[in-house]
Design a protein around this ligand. Structure first.
Ligand code: PLP
Length: 449
């Protein structure tokens, strides 16, 4: 890109654009990175400099950027039909994708409701669960349970079941009340025992249900990884335990796999680690391989049946969005699923994931790296000023922002969550690329000390 075009665009960016999750003062005072092109695991800025997309562009990208098969799928669909309304009409991409998803996801999830982002997939699950109980003789089940440090999106319902104070507390007066249960985070324990942390967290859920299950419609959880809350990993026993408790006390289980779905944890869906089926499954991000906005809320025939009646009984699920079931997005999602199948994506990613988990261990040589953890194509650690004495960086030092800035110098797009540094890699990342990313990260860490 010509230098003068870049300067003009950045000027207009400062003047007109308000970016998400961004303190805009940072923009006013620094030049943001203007990305012009993306291919494979790389992003290229306006000067042609390459950066590894180490967070898969906010956890969405699966097969790498600009995948030729995805591009062709968009073009094919565009030539036939762009967008049509999904109430009163239907179309092949929407039908075929629903059929495919019901075959792929855990047993019993046979109904697919479309929307267009992860937060909304969560809203749909909350509203469906709430309405289900209203229509099945349990009108007191009007509240929800959620896990401390969880993140389910930014719309009001999703924020109401969000447990990250930094994002959510300002909105508390606006939200519906919900019961918070402790996170199964092993980092707070002397022994660091994840199974013990999970058992303790499950005991708290049992206590809550014992006292209040009669008023709780559903419990929502991010299975295996609480992502935005700090890449908190928990064992499969925790997810299994939640399933058992929800079944025992008559509470719906909502699995929010918006972030972890589609192979990121090493299985197609994170619930598979625990061998469970939730009552609701929320998917987005990787659903279209990170190319177009689309989400689904999947549920069971039993829940669907509670809405299926004569119109005059007023049991319809009165919810929908302009872009529900967008045919372009559905066609892309279908093509992504074909790529998974025909190109052995999960098998290749398993080898890359095992390399990542082994190779990331070398980062522990840095005296600031604590609580190194990972699953599948996700690896994370907390950056301390001094791990051995337990000294952390003061909040005002914004260590995460410093890592982001130094990462850019080293050709890495890293976007830490506070002092938690993480990689959330596209499934197509090769072992050699992983080694290169880790080598560059070591240089970033050296600059922090
Ligand atoms: N649920 C989880 C677990 C997420 O990580 C996110 C986004 O990061 C969402 C929901 C919200 O998705 P979206 O940003 O598409 O609204």
């Amino acid at each position: 890109m010509e230098h003068r075009d870049k300067v003009r665009l950045l000027e207009a960016d400062r003047r007109y654009v308000w970016h998400p999750f961004t303190q805009m003062k940072d923009y006013a005072e620094r030049d943001p990175v203007l990305i012009e092109r993306a291919e494979g695991v790389f992003l290229y800025d306006a000067d042609g400099k390459a950066y590894y997309d180490t967070n898969s562009s906010w956890w969405v990208n699966v097969h790498g950027h600009a995948h030729p098969r995805i591009r062709e799928a968009v073009n094919r669909q565009m030539a036939k039909m762009d967008h049509v309304m999904f109430a009163g009409l239907t179309h092949a991409p929407g039908i075929e994708l629903a059929e495919r998803l019901t075959a792929l996801t855990p047993d019993g999830l046979t109904k697919v409701f479309y929307s267009d982002n992860g937060s909304t997939a969560v809203e749909v699950a909350l509203k469906m669960s709430f309405q289900y109980w209203q229509q099945t003789g349990c009108p007191d089940k009007t509240t929800f349970a959620y896990v401390e440090h969880s993140y389910h999106g930014d719309t009001i319902g999703a924020v109401s079941v969000g447990g990250v104070d930094q994002y959510h507390s300002v909105f508390r007066p606006l939200l519906f009340g919900a019961h918070k249960v402790p996170s199964p985070d092993p980092r707070g324990r002397q022994d660091g025992d994840a199974e013990a942390a999970a058992a303790q967290a499950l005991e708290a859920v049992r206590h809550l249900f014992e006292a209040s299950a009669g008023e709780i419609a559903a419990l929502i959880v991010e299975p295996m990884i609480q992502a935005a809350g700090g890449m908190i990993l928990h064992p499969a026993s925790y997810v299994r335990g939640l399933r058992e408790l929800c079944t025992q006390y008559g509470v719906h289980l909502i699995a929010d796999e918006v972030a972890v779905g589609f192979g990121r944890t090493g299985r197609m869906f994170a619930c598979e680690h625990a061998g469970i089926s939730p009552d609701f499954l929320c998917l987005s991000k990787g659903l279209t391989a990170g190319m177009l906005p689309l989400s689904v809320t999947m549920t069971t025939a039993g829940i669907y049946d509670a809405f299926y009646d004569d119109y005059a009984k007023l049991k319809t699920f009165t919810h929908g969005h302009s872009f529900t079931g967008n045919p372009l997005a559905c066609a892309v999602a279908l093509e992504s699923l074909r790529i998974f199948e025909e190109e052995g994506v999960l098998e290749q990613a398993a080898a890359a994931a095992s390399h990542l988990q082994q190779a990331a261990a070398r980062l522990a040589a840095d005296p600031g790296v604590a609580h190194l953890r990972g699953l599948g194509m996700v690896a994370a650690f907390d950056l301390y000023r001094d791990r051995d004495s337990g000294e952390r960086y003061p909040w005002e030092e914004r260590i995460g922002f410093r890592v982001y800035e130094e990462g850019l110098q080293q050709g890495l797009f890293l976007r830490p969550l506070g002092d938690t540094i993480y990689f959330w890699l596209p499934l197509c990342t090769t072992a050699a690329q992983i080694d290169d990313i880790l080598g560059r990260t070591e240089k970033v860490l050296q600059r922090m000390s």
